[in-house]
Design a protein around this ligand. Structure first.
Ligand SMILES: [Zn+2]
Length: 184
């Protein structure tokens, strides 16, 4: 991994802290705009979820408005992840993300040619998106409302996904990761 995942968690949390955002669901478009990007719905074609376009140091995030709302939110968070983690020093750069970005493994089975570095950047942008939309601290706060929790109990995941305004998949993946890391 090019970047340590705990660093990514930290960057996402620092961003939320600097904007004093502590309530759910995370207002992702507002976060992205206050972090210095503009956010616009674009007709990107069916299989494109989002783009990050950096031109003359100005960053624009485009998301596909025909996808579900939770998907759009994840896309904006993912593109913001590229902006915060990967903008390097180039003045002009474009990231285009297709429908599979959330499942990096699928890249291997498609025709998309991703280099090792691209692949890592996609995983990092996904990790940043999850950390931003589903912050550890807020998960910890929310799971306190449950009398212990049973990972096989789907209804808890459904409720949490609604509260965080993310997909069930994103929510359960995040919960499993945090349990694994001993953070909840
Ligand atoms: Zn991406």
């Amino acid at each position: 991994m090019a970047k340590n995942y705990s660093q990514i968690e930290k960057k996402a949390q620092e961003l939320l802290d600097s904007l004093k955002i502590n309530e759910l669901p995370i207002p992702i478009n507002e976060v992205a705009e206050r972090a210095g990007t503009s956010v616009t719905a674009f007709d990107l074609g069916d299989d494109i979820s989002g783009v990050l376009h950096i031109k003359n140091n100005k960053a624009n995030i485009g998301y596909n408005p025909s996808e579900s709302k939770v998907r759009q939110r994840f896309t904006v968070a993912h593109e913001l992840g590229h902006y915060i983690l990967h903008k390097h020093d180039e003045k002009d750069k474009i990231y285009v993300d297709n429908e599979n970005y959330f499942y990096p493994l699928k890249f291997r089975t498609t025709n998309m040619k991703l280099s090792e570095q691209d692949y890592e950047e996609e995983q990092e942008a996904n990790a940043f998106a999850a950390a931003l939309l589903i912050p550890v601290r807020l998960v910890q706060r929310e799971v306190k409302n449950y009398n212990g929790f049973d990972l096989s109990d789907n209804s808890m995941i459904v409720e949490l996904a609604k509260k965080f305004d993310v997909s069930m998949q994103a929510m359960s993946y995040r919960i499993f990761r945090l349990v694994d890391a001993g953070q909840i």
